[in-house]
Design a protein around this ligand. Sequence first.
Ligand code: SF4
Length: 219
Amino acid sequence: MNRPIKNEILDDLDSQLVGAESLSARAMAREIQRIGFKCEGCGDCCRGEENCVALFPFEIRAIVAETGEGWLEAAGPPEEGEWDCEGSFHTLEWRLAKAGRDCKYYSEGRCRIYGARPLLCQTYPFYLEKGRLKWSECRGLGGEIGHSEATKLAELLKRRQIVEIREAMELVRRYEDFERGEPSPRGRCIVHDSDGYHDIDWSEIQGAFGRRIKLFRGW
Ligand code: SF4
């Protein structure tokens, strides 16, 4: 990514940030109340193939502080990415660790890291897309939600949108492009994020992705 492209993306993100900062949490809270939501505690959002929680470095640090685990026990790289000419895999941002099909922190009907759960979990099933309120499938939709709870949710959604844009800006500022190439057993896994980049040995990658990549490549 060369400097003019970086500047173009940063300008676009900057105007998105201005838009996100001017969002009315009050209006959003009214909309949330109109749609309705009451968590039924079914855990559907924490289980199954569909469960995929994107998270940022500061959220991983919060989980690590809460659990005493290592970074790569709490999170792993997404599977989408590209290979460089030294055979390393490059990807962007992080995914919350899973145990089989479910979030690894879901246990006996509850979240074991409730106080440190990522913003995405705190605001589920709602999210903002270009400032517009959207929602994912959820049994709790249509339930009764009080004014103060809807306001809290709206404020969290606004904060999440601002955080996502700021994280993206930091990632773009620190991102260093690379020459594309083919996978190699000598290659590593490079995760680009707002910290810059994390350079990881494949043997450290927990869970299915690390195993699958080694199996698939015959390493
Ligand atoms: S962190 Fe907690 S709320 Fe989020 S998916 Fe995992 S168990 Fe569910």
